[in-house]
Write a protein that binds this ligand. Structure first.
Ligand code: NAP
Ligand code: GDD
Length: 405
């Protein structure tokens, strides 16, 4: 991937140019795919890292010498000069500000950094656009969040529901939400908030609860792990699929007037239920027993036909099949989910459920995936990934354990 490449494609003014912050993240990668498929020239901002960290976007990269329309720039939302320089050189038609310290639990540990990126970072983008005199040319999408509703005061939550954030992340995003509206009102900028409820996918970061669960389930199946340790299983979230949500982001910037929209499914799911669905996908039925930190999830039945069809879909080699089935059978009556106090948050958002009526009516946006589709998509992908690890292990390679938390 070529970095800091300010070449642009000569498109005679007909092709739109987008700048995506947070391009290496879950949403950034799907949005890049979407905009490239619509003929955009896409520029992404990527933080310097000691590793490549481009695996979510490597598949969409084409050498610019061969007509590629995807460019990357080193940048960081904490560095205003760098943000301004990129915007000045790229001169985008649309900016999608997706970059954030996006982990709620981590925001309690790094509140100042979270505020710097999530709150001030948004201001840096808006102010750069204004200082560069681009306020009439550039449309801006701000990645706002259902975490703004926090300790929600009404159900379901819509664009009119008052906010009550419950974490440094939520509070930082509250500043970003209002500064976006302020720049719209003060300078007439086309700046919009998408208030998105949780959206997941096989590209979700491994420390968010859904991915932690699907990854954990598949690792237990291959004998790579024994148990998944989690925090508050009572929390409920309105889960959608990231692929549906990036379509909503795009639609928000194609409207005649700037506005703010909730994107949600209108259905909420308890974490406990998500866990049960994930184990179901591989033929294991889990029942929960006990309370508080003593609660655990136990496998109470096993359906080999389900597991066999899953293994088929990941092209499991015949010589591995019996071993994997044996590991799965051995899970019967075993505790596969435990509670660890360290995953509880100092203040929690108990339940979120969104009302996407405005997005449906004004944008024509409808989520296409159910929670079951999402679980299925994530389980298949994690089965593939962890099967690869299993094969390497059976061939005698030493696998390092991830120390991610
Ligand atoms: P994600 O996977 O965590 O991606 C976050 C992106 O931001 C990554 O590319 C990350 O880069 C980048 N980033 C972090 N700090 C940065 C900095 N200082 N400067 C520049 N880039 C930085 O998050 P996501 O799930 O795609 O979410 C995208 C956005 O939507 C975030 O703003 C998030 O808060 C918001 N949001 C997400 C959801 C959801 O359910 N997914 C719901 C509502 C709102 P690295 O790859 O280098 O870490
Ligand atoms: N991460 C995590 N890890 N969460 C756990 C765990 C665990 O081991 N056990 C229980 N949970 C609970 C959390 O306490 C929370 O109530 C819920 O699962 C979801 O947690 P996350 O997956 O970390 O997501 P989030 O809802 O806090 O935040 C995500 O969604 C927001 C939109 O509402 C992130 O993507 C945010 O960036 C986004 O704004």
């Amino acid at each position: 991937i070529v970095f800091n490449d300010y070449r642009t494609v000569d498109h005679g003014g007909t092709m739109k140019r987008a700048l995506i912050t947070g391009v290496t993240g879950q949403d950034g990668s799907y949005l890049t795919e979407l905009l490239l498929s619509k003929g955009y020239e896409v520029h992404g901002i990527k933080r310097r890292s000691s590793l490549f960290n481009t695996e979510r976007i490597d598949h969409v990269y084409n050498d610019p010498h061969e007509g590629g329309r995807f460019f990357l720039h080193y940048g960081d939302l904490t560095d205003s000069l760098n943000v301004t320089e990129i915007i000045q050189k790229v001169k985008p038609d649309e900016i999608y500000n997706l970059a954030a310290q996006s982990h709620v639990a981590v925001s309690f540990v790094q509140p100042e950094y979270t505020a710097n990126v999530d709150a001030m970072g948004t201001l840096r983008i808006l102010e750069s656009v204004r200082l560069l005199g681009l306020q009439d040319k550039v449309k801006i999408y701000q990645a706002s969040t259902s975490e703004l509703f926090g300790k929600a005061v009404e159900f379901p939550q819509s664009e009119n529901t008052p906010f009550y954030p419950r974490s440094p992340y939520g509070v930082a995003k509250l500043f970003a939400y209002w500064i976006t509206i302020n720049y719209r009102e003060a300078y007439g900028m086309f700046a919009c908030n998408g208030i998105l409820f949780n959206h997941e996918s096989s590209r979700r970061g491994e420390t968010f609860v859904t991915r932690k669960i699907t990854r954990g389930v598949t690792r237990i199946l291959f004998g790579l792990d024994k148990k998944i340790y989690l925090g508050n299983l009572n929390a409920k979230r309105d889960f959608g699929h990231a692929q549906d949500y990036v379509k909503g982001m795009y639609l928000i910037l194609q409207q005649p007037r700037p506005d703010d929209y909730v994107l949600a499914t209108g259905i909420t799911t308890e974490i406990r239920e998500f866990i049960a669905l994930a184990f179901d996908e591989v033929g294991l039925t889990v029942k929960f027993q006990g309370e508080g930190i003593k609660e655990c999830g136990i496998v109470i039945s096993y359906h080999e036909d389900v597991l066999l069809s899953r293994l088929q879909s990941v092209h499991c080699a015949p010589e591995h099949k019996e071993n994997i089935l044996q590991t799965a059978r051995a899970c019967l009556n075993k505790v596969v989910v435990g509670i660890d106090q360290r995953y509880f948050r100092p203040s929690e958002v108990d339940i979120l459920i969104g009302d996407p009526t405005k997005a449906r009516e004004k944008l024509g946006w409808e989520p296409q995936h159910t929670v079951k589709d999402i679980v299925s998509d994530m389980i298949i992908s994690d089965l593939e990934k962890n099967y690869r690890e299993y094969v390497l292990k059976t061939r005698g390679f030493t696998m390092s354990r991830s120390c991610g938390i």
